[in-house]
Structures are given as C-alpha cells and as structure tokens.
Design a protein around this ligand. Structure first.
Ligand code: HEM
Ligand code: HEM
Length: 199
C-alpha cells in the first residue's frame, strides 16, 4: 500500500487548517438555523455562535496566510496562485487536460503533492474564506444590529451572503475529494489532521 510522506505540511499549516476548517463548518451549520439580530430583538444563540466563531475563523484565516507566506517548506505561494505566471498556467492547463482525460475514461484523476489543480483550488479557497471572515468581521464592528441596513453594511453583507453558497460548494468538494483520495489511499487525511511535531 502506498504511504504518503508523513508530515508534508508544517505543524503550523496543519494547526491553521484545522482551526479554519472546524470554524467554517460551525459557520455553515449555524447559518442554517440562526436568526440574526434585529433592532429591538434579543440575539439568537446560534447567531452569537456564528459571530464569535466567525471572529475566531478570521484569526485562523490570518494565521493561515501568514504561515503560507513565511513557511520554509510546503506548497509555495506561486503554486497556490498560478494565475500570474505563464509557465504555471500552462502546467495547470495540462493538469486539467490530463484530469479530464482520466475522467472520460471513468478513472480517478491522479492527485499528489505536485497537483497544479489541487494547489490552485486551495489558493482560491484561502481567498474565499478570507473574504467571508473579513466581511463578517467588518460587519461585527460596524453593524447597528440590522444586517439589512444599507451603506457599508449592505456592501459587506452583499459579498458575505453572495459567497455563502460557494463556501458550501468548496467545503463539500474539497472535503469530498480529500475523503475519496484517503479511501483510494493516494493521500492520507491523517497527515493533514494531526498536530504531530515534524520528525
Ligand atoms: C472550508 C474549510 C477548509 C478550508 C478553507 C481548507 C483549505 C485548505 C488549504 C488552503 C489546503 C492547502 C494547504 C497547503 O497547501 O499548505 C488544504 C489542504 C488539505 N485539506 Fe483542507 N480546507 C478545509 C476543510 C477541509 C476538510 C473538512 C478536510 C477533511 C475532510 C480537509 C482536508 C484537507 C487535506 C487532506 C489537505 C491536504 C491535501 C494535500 O496533501 O495536498 N480540508 N485545505
Ligand atoms: C469564515 C467565516 C464565516 C463564514 C464561512 C460565514 C458563513 C455565513 C453563511 C453561510 C451565512 C448565511 C448566508 C445565507 O443565509 O444566505 C452567513 C450569514 C451571516 N453572517 Fe457569516 N460567516 C462567517 C463569519 C461571520 C462573522 C465573523 C460574522 C460577524 C461577526 C458574520 C455575520 C453574519 C451575518 C450578519 C449574516 C447574515 C444574517 C442574515 O441576514 O441572514 N459571519 N455567514
């Protein structure tokens, strides 16, 4: 059986990922049941959980960005954001073509630590979650209790509500693919979801 190299991601990367992923899952679940503050009404407990764990997620999102920008090993910034390099873009396109070819033959595309598609999607995921956490946090500081108020509240909520379904899609797609690759043993979930010290 193939074993992935243990601890391919630095410990801080794994810590930031764990905190952010758990935070986002709490955000999405609470968003299904919360009733947001309305002027004159008491805050709903699920909304409070959404707000405070959302602020924590903002912290984890910042930590993730800092780690990505400063770490000595792991995925590089260029791999996560290939959009500005001709050679990285052409690697990405050939990776996409290869994956489509595999899917056409009803095969699982090969994904490993060199996968340009996986890295590019992870980079977009980081941007997406930063936008959600940032808009939510700005709302926290400027709101007057009404998410439907206009002005800057309207602008940040426009992005927050508009991107909400993309976060569902990202979580389901990303976690689903991670699970498929865990089961088919190309990549192990245990590696990303452990806080073991680097050996
Ligand atoms: C919305 C929440 C999540 C976000 C924003 C997120 C984001 C990311 C990012 C940015 C990476 C790349 C890290 C790097 O290159 O250093 C990554 C890798 C990974 N994520 Fe997530 N993740 C989330 C949820 C999850 C969940 C729920 C699972 C498990 C079911 C998961 C499993 C993994 C695995 C296994 C990897 C490593 C892939 C590899 O080895 O290349 N993630 N995630
Ligand atoms: C990563 C962080 C976050 C994620 C993934 C997230 C996700 C969501 C989702 C899925 C919704 C529901 C949208 C809909 O019903 O269409 C929502 C709504 C909302 N969130 Fe967040 N959220 C985050 C952080 C925050 C933070 C930090 C705050 C404020 C402290 C906040 C405040 C709100 C408000 C006010 C609404 C709108 C409620 C409404 O009018 O229905 N969120 N968020």
């Amino acid at each position: 059986m193939e074993t992935t190299l243990p601890l391919r991601h630095t410990r801080l990367t794994r810590l930031a990922h764990m905190g952010l992923a758990l935070g986002v899952i709490v955000q999405l679940l609470t968003s299904l049941v919360f009733v947001p503050d309305a002027p004159g009404e008491t805050a709903n407990i699920y909304f409070e959980i959404h707000e405070y764990s959302g602020l924590a997620s903002f912290g984890f999102a910042l930590l993730f960005w800092l780690v990505v920008m400063s770490r000595k090993s792991g995925t590089t910034i260029g791999e996560l954001f290939p959009w500005f390099s001709k050679s990285r873009l052409s690697t990405l396109w050939s990776d996409i073509r290869g994956s489509l070819g595999a899917i056409k033959q009803m095969k699982l595309p090969h994904i490993d630590e060199t996968s340009a598609i996986a890295h590019a999607i992870h980079g977009l995921g980081l941007l997406l979650i930063l936008t959600m956490a940032l808009t939510g946090t700005v709302y926290y500081f400027i709101n007057n209790g009404d998410p439907d108020a206009g002005g800057l509240v309207g602008v940040v909520m426009f992005f927050h509500m508009g991107l909400a379904n993309v976060v569902w899609a990202y979580l389901i797609g990303h976690a689903g693919i991670a699970l498929i690759h865990h089961v088919t043993s190309q990549l192990s979930l245990r590696e990303m979801w452990s806080l073991k010290q680097q050996g």
